[in-house]
Design a binder for this molecule. Structure first.
Ligand SMILES: *Cc1c(COP(=O)(O)O)cnc(C)c1O
Length: 230
């Protein structure tokens, strides 16, 4: 099932690319495997997936040692500063940096482990109370501050759009974050690139691709519904 789902999602991404004249190689599909058991991740791996997204430090620590080492782990959930040390040398990209204090902790733990860590700044583009992320207004100054840290490198922006029935309702937010990333790019800040735009989930990834996403994070569409009660 996972294999068929993956193929379907890839096909949809291809269609969205064709619609707006983008090359499908510009988009990385992240298989969001939170709450899912290792055999399901292995299935996705066998079907060609190398990028996996998790939102809990513990789950990354459990899955990391038992799955192939060429997997790129993406930390996409809220990250507590006291847990940074456990994953700083295991993850390919941290999508959820929303404060200078968190970025400082990542830099200091990275120094201890002698690694360099790539991060995205999470922006709460729809200004939802329930969501983490910096505001659009604060994003630029936050990026400028993080840029000064030695072992952290800002590679772009991430956003979690509102949960909507109709994905078209999120198009405006995807556009806004794309504009924000272009604004930041134009500032030519040292140690900052804006090549990555992580946006779009199962309900709206095609619209996100049309609006410039370079990473889409798809969970349910690949692994099925999640059961949080087990
Ligand atoms: C769970 C999660 C996803 C995937 O959500 P689906 O709707 O299942 O595709 C994407 N991004 C983040 C940050 C998540 O926590």
């Amino acid at each position: 099932m996972v294999k068929e789902n993956l193929e379907q999602v890839r096909e949809n991404i291809k269609k969205a690319c064709e619609k707006v004249g983008r090359d499908v190689s510009e988009i990385t599909l992240i298989s969001v495997s939170k709450t899912k058991p290792v055999p399901m991740l292995q299935e996705a791996y066998d079907a060609g997936s190398r990028d996996f997204g998790e939102n809990k430090v513990q789950e990354i620590m459990d899955k990391y040692p038992v799955l192939p080492q060429d997997i790129r782990w993406h930390m996409i959930g809220h990250l507590q500063r006291n847990k940074v040390k456990y994953i700083v040398n295991k993850v390919f990209l941290i999508h959820s940096v929303d404060s200078l204090r968190l970025a400082e902790e990542i830099s200091s733990q990275a120094e201890k482990k002698q690694v360099e860590v790539d991060v995205l700044v999470e922006v709460n583009i729809a200004q939802e109370e329930s969501k983490f992320g910096t505001s659009r207004e604060e994003a630029i100054s936050l990026v400028e501050e993080i840029a000064k840290l030695p072992h952290v490198h800002v590679k772009g922006l991430m956003t979690i759009a509102p949960f909507v029935e109709n994905p078209e309702d999120n198009r405006k937010y995807f556009r806004q974050i794309k504009e924000l990333s272009v604004d930041i790019m134009k500032k030519n800040i040292d140690n900052v690139s804006m090549g990555v735009l992580s946006m779009g989930m199962t309900g709206d990834y095609m619209v996100a691709v049309e609006e410039g996403a370079t990473m889409v994070r798809v969970g349910t569409g690949i692994f099925g519904e999640r059961n949080y009660n087990i």
